[in-house]
Ligand binder design. Structure first.
Ligand code: AMP
Ligand code: MG
Length: 649
């Protein structure tokens, strides 16, 4: 039973494609060479609908603005020669003509020598007059006349016809992005409609059996479709008419049908996921059947973002972004935005850049252009760029970082102390008022909420207790939250402080055994008894913590040298322990009470962990630090902490 019509996957070909990895420069150059030059499609738009579009042609002013010589003040239209001899001691008397030129009134009377005509701001200057005197500089006189006590220069307070915009002048150039100011200029010339570049219609498809749309319920082993939303928004931000078509399962026939339909209706197609060599990854195979020339690059020496696939099918770009959202966004901004903006008639992006020092060494893979997200904080002499990435699967770093730095393909690291150029995600650097670097705790958000509400910006960078202490010693943060247990003194935190740092007590977090409520092996036992019960059951799987965690010390003590199944599963956070137990990947572990309760798990208290702050003493007088200390001591945050299951010190 063979079918000749349905093309079969050919693994060896796919393998070949993926092995030819191009540099980012090569890949972009080849992609652009196939796509450009091309005419930018255009359309007519009313002024109101043109906001944000790029003008498709130069606009020439059809009229003069103002269209006539116009008075700039309330006063009188005069002949300046009449006032040549005017002065404090020599007032000149001018007889008023019997008309008042209001805005929108065309003058009818001639201004003869010795006369003046009352005129309002915006009124057309009457024949014969060559200057305006302000009403404040005149005095009424008898018999419909005024007295003027100062000379007037010719042209005084007159805006001449065409002085703002001259008929025939190039008003706006093709490529200009239409903002409110441009709309104002066009309206002043009476232009109601302009030719703009038509936004390229860009279809967006997510791929993957695991994807669920936001708003729906997450099923087991599924994740929310992040790329659909972020790619759609990023396309709209860069001049595309983005149309998100949903997530398609990893089914070759269904995906091909969706891709064909999307491509028929759009100028460009952006997919995400399915470009690696995973079992379900089929989209790149489909592209080869969609049009010529097909795949231009599959595999680009970028990090994150290696599996990027660039193709052109019958003149339309088709792009498969890597599945991991951060990888998808970096490759999108670096490789797709330039192409999209050219198609949209927009100028290249001009992202703001700043230089900053890197506080720690950043290792980098040789041969790949690497992007590293950073958070900026103010150092003793200039900006410091903290690498804030949590790996290519993380999305939060993207929203919390200030920008990114680039490590060239030929470098294998960036040294601590190196100067780096940071490309900002925002137009300006926003240095936070308060910088907290160290171990993260959900309780922290409860305290800093008060600062945020008071208009202070707080940046908290999670690098763990030891990383925070190091940052505090270098003076790169205001506070370092730490929870470090000292074996020798059997105390928390204080033994770790260095000169220049002082301890601010934070709160206590009850650590204990977490298990699924109703598990009779643990219900009602003490921590010691629970661990004994767990060790007695060979089917029971634990989840451990990483070496160096205070919690790990407690676990090892309880285990007393035993190594039960699951011991080598060593996640780095309290949350990961709770998730492992809740999802039945483990039966017990050690976490803190608020997290166990938030996950609806059973909890056996064992010992309190001290979550305190190492405060950089020289920064203590800063207003934001004072505000933090006040908030920490306030009744409100103490109550909020207690409610969440923490015990304020
Ligand atoms: P893939 O390239 O399809 O193998 O995907 C690589 C990784 O990215 C997998 O962990 C996917 O679950 C994840 N991923 C793929 N598409 C999306 C998406 N739209 N939103 C969030 N994660 C995704
Ligand atoms: Mg996939």
């Amino acid at each position: 039973m063979t079918s000749t019509s349905a093309p079969k996957p050919n693994p060896s070909v796919d393998q070949d494609q993926f092995l030819t990895i191009l540099s980012r420069e090569d890949a972009l150059a080849r992609f652009e060479a196939v796509l450009f030059p091309r005419a930018v499609a255009r359309e007519a738009r009313s002024l109101a609908a043109a906001l944000g579009s790029a003008l498709a042609e130069d606009v020439v002013a059809p009229i003069d603005v103002p269209p006539f010589d116009r008075s700039n003040v309330d006063g009188f239209a005069v002949r300046s020669a009449d006032l040549a001899g005017a002065g404090e001691a020599a007032p000149v008397r001018l007889v008023l003509n019997d008309e008042v030129i209001a805005c929108g009134t065309a003058p009818t009377r001639l201004v003869l020598s010795g006369s003046a005509t009352a005129i309002a701001t915006g009124g057309p200057v009457p024949r014969g007059a060559d200057a305006i005197v302000m009403v404040e500089h005149t005095q009424p006189a008898r018999a419909r006349a005024i007295e003027v006590r100062r000379a007037a220069s010719p042209g005084q307070f007159v805006s001449y016809a065409g002085s703002d915009i001259a008929r025939g002048e190039a008003l706006l150039r093709a490529g200009t992005i239409i903002g409110s100011r441009e709309i104002g200029m066009l309206a002043a010339c009476g232009i109601a409609e302009v030719q703009v570049a038509r936004r390229p219609r860009v279809a967006i498809l997510s791929t993957g059996d695991e994807l669920v749309q936001p708003g729906e319920t997450l099923r087991a082993a599924a994740i929310y479709d992040t790329n659909g939303a972020i790619v759609t928004a990023a396309i709209a931000e860069n001049g595309g008419d983005a149309r998100f078509l949903g997530a398609i399962a990893d089914d070759e026939a269904a995906l091909e049908a969706a891709m064909r339909k999307a491509l028929a209706e759009s100028d460009m197609l952006v997919l995400s996921g399915g470009t690696s060599k995973g079992a379900g990854d089929v989209s790149h195979r489909i592209i080869a059947r969609l049009g010529k020339p097909g795949i231009i690059a599959h595999g680009v020496a970028l990090k994150p973002g290696k599996p990027l696939c660039l193709a052109v099918c019958d003149g339309k770009p088709v792009i498969i972004l890597p599945g991991f959202p951060t990888s998808a966004m970096f490759t999108f901004h670096d490789m797709i935005v330039p192409v999209l903006r050219r198609m949209a008639g927009l100028p290249p992006r001009s992202d703001a850049r700043v230089s900053a020092k890197v506080p720690v060494r950043i290792a980098s893979e040789l041969g790949r252009t690497e992007f590293v997200m950073v958070s900026l904080v103010e150092g003793a002499d200039g900006l410091i760029a903290y690498p804030s990435g949590k790996g290519s699967g993380a999305i939060t770093s993207f929203a919390q970082a200030d920008g990114f730095l680039k490590i060239e393909a030929l470098a294998d690291q960036m040294l601590a102390g190196a100067d780096a150029e940071v490309t900002l995600f925002t137009p300006h650097v926003r240095v936070p008022d308060l910088v907290i670097v160290g171990s993260h705790c959900t309780g922290l958000d409860l305290v800093t909420a008060a600062l945020a509400h008071a208009g202070l910006t707080v940046r908290s960078i999670a690098v763990g207790s030891l990383g925070g202490l190091a940052a505090a010693k270098r003076g790169e943060c205001d506070l370092a939250p730490i929870h470090l247990f000292d074996d020798k003194t059997e105390t928390y935190n204080a033994p770790y402080l260095a000169d220049g740092l002082e301890l601010v007590p934070g709160w206590r977090r009850m650590q204990g055994i977490v298990f699924r409520s109703g598990d009779t092996r643990f219900e009602g036992l003490s921590a010691q008894e629970a661990v004994r019960a767990a060790l007695a059951d060979p089917a029971c799987i634990m989840v451990n913590r990483n070496q160096g965690a205070g919690t790990r010390i407690l676990i090892d003590r309880l285990l007393g040298g035993s190594r039960p199944d699951g011991y080598w599963n060593q996640p780095r956070s309290h949350n990961a322990v709770a998730a492992a137990v809740a999802q039945h990947r483990a039966d017990w572990g050690m976490t803190i009470a608020p997290i166990a309760h938030a996950s609806g798990l059973g909890f056996i208290p064992l010992a309190e962990e001290h979550y305190d702050f190492a405060l950089v003493t020289v920064r203590k007088t800063r207003p934001a630090v004072q505000a933090f200390l006040d908030a920490l001591a306030s009744e409100e945050s103490r109550a909020a902490l207690a409610k969440a299951g923490f015990r304020p010190a």
